[in-house]
Design a protein around this ligand. Sequence first.
Ligand code: IVH
Length: 664
Amino acid sequence: MTHAEAAERAAFLSAELHRHNRLYYVEARPVISDKEFDGLLRELQEIEAQFPDLLTPDSPTQRVGGAALEGFTQITHSVRMMSLDNTYSEEELTAFFARVQKGLGREQVECVIEPKVDGVAISVRYEDGVLKHGVTRGDGTTGDDVTNNLKTIKTLPLRLPKDGPQTFEVRGEVFMPKAGFAKLNQEREEAGESLFANPRNSTAGTLKLLDPKIVAKRPLDIVFYGLADASGLPIESQNDVRKLLEAAGLPKSNLLWHADSAEGLLKAIRELDEQRKALPYETDGAVIKVNAFTDQSELGVTSKAPRWAIAYKYQPEQAETKILAVDIQVGRTGALTPVARLEPVFVSGSTVSNATLHNFEEIERKDIRVGDRVIIEKAGEIIPAVVSVKTEKRDGSEQPIVPPTHCPVCGTGVHRDEEQVVIRCPNPKCPEVVKRRIEHFVSRAAMDISGLGESVVAQLVDLRLVGDVADLYALNELLLARLERVGTKSIDNYLKAIEASKQQDPWRLVFGLGILHVGAGGARKLLEHFGGIDALAKASVEELMQCPDIGEIVAVSIHAWFRDELNIQLLDRLRAAGLNFVQKAVEAASDKLAGTTWVITGTLSQERETIADTIRSHGGKVSGSVSGKTTYLLAGADAGSKLDKATKLGVKVVSEAEFRTMIG
Ligand code: IVH
């Protein structure tokens, strides 16, 4: 291929890929298959590899992240990024509207009301139809250039449709969808990593990452709601801004109200409060804006916020209660987490009797004591937390909470991590750590040894029948007979389940071992790559990093785990017990599902992973989230948001019975 031919072909492929991206992610009506799309993308990658000068920053190949940065460049905003004044009551909102009426000297003023998305503010500039940059608010004047991270957001076009506006700067909010946030935290928990407190923190933390390849794995999304600059374009109101977003194919909120009176505003914020729970992102309020730009400029701005807009914040539900005690939970990694036991109190639809205190630094900062009356808060996805202490209600009997110097269970001296926030019990034989590890090992997501619930595991450890996961395979009827309230039938079932687990795929074993930073997905990738545990155990850090999705931190952790003397012995005993160390290729059962992509939801007769394996064995693909690329949604009982989304996108929904008929 000559350079000229390559340039022509690359331009064609690039335009096609941009078009298909938009059809898929923005309009949810793909016209080609995943495979065809990947084929076009690969062809473009090959051309760009051969002719590097043809690689442009807006190439569709640049989504998954280029090289990691040393730090972010600062960019000065073309128009200052202000924030909003907040109101917390309907009276304050009515007063805002009265100020607007007075300022404009008339009764009727048209306003728009939208959800206030709880994420991170961003300013995005397009020039000549190409994404130029995306910048965080920073101090309002200058922010961080996070363009490379934003490019990983699939709903954000890198290039705009030719028939729409080409040069402008818009403002929006980057967020992490509730479902993606829950999944990310679950994976972090499984991998023994610290949890994000809420979707906004995880969004902010993700945008600050310097390596776009890691960002690409986090489920960020974006919505736009405002304009910074559109010189030359005929935009005269918030309504026009929405039209601009529409014409440019940029994502915006579906919910919008118009009102021209105080009553209208109140009605809108009440309706929004009802509907926001169903939104895919967290919202903490409503934003009310005067619609016409002429009115906006007449009202002007203060030093900090515009006079033509206001945020109405919904109260997260709070309640007052008493801290009865503070217990220390010992996690699988030995992390000691303080948990407040509360006088039960009803808040946000459920009774709360525990609240996380996160860590001891937080306790000190808020000066929380046992016996204190406290305000607790619960909102959306957020775990109940203690927000403040009613110090005025103290009577002197309250007891300060002292960070432990020794593990409350085994008495070993604690370790603090580098930032001194997490306190850990370093004793691998600590009975609580052992219990958590075994619970994880036998869990459905790992070795799936059914029946061995928390209370049985606790007894096994307390009776010293089991000191690590390999001891499970030395159990017999005689030993199990020592368990309390466990009959012969159950004993028989436990032994069968333990025996059956020897045949589990080795990725489940690797996941079950609880190596720091290795979740179920990572374990799968590792075994697919290395084929067996022995090869994995021998791999160098560099070799581990050759495996897709395994970065340096994870590789170092895996490498160290397999070189620890205790772990080497543990593996030897597991091998001697007859556990399966070699990854079987999924046996092809048929190609009845070839070319189809499935999403599984709801309660089904088998574990999801098992059903996923069945789908794969019949040639189908399995994905975690519903999109335009989904062929079928396999929905069991109590299917929730995925079912709604599938219905909305017109994805065919099948029951388990229909699925079984399809595969014969
Ligand atoms: S309009 C002059 N609309 O909330 C600022 N902001 O607390 C105009 N936000 O900085 C902002 N959803 O980061 C606007 N629908 C929405 C919003 C929204 C979330 C954020 C934004 C803003 C902050 C103010």
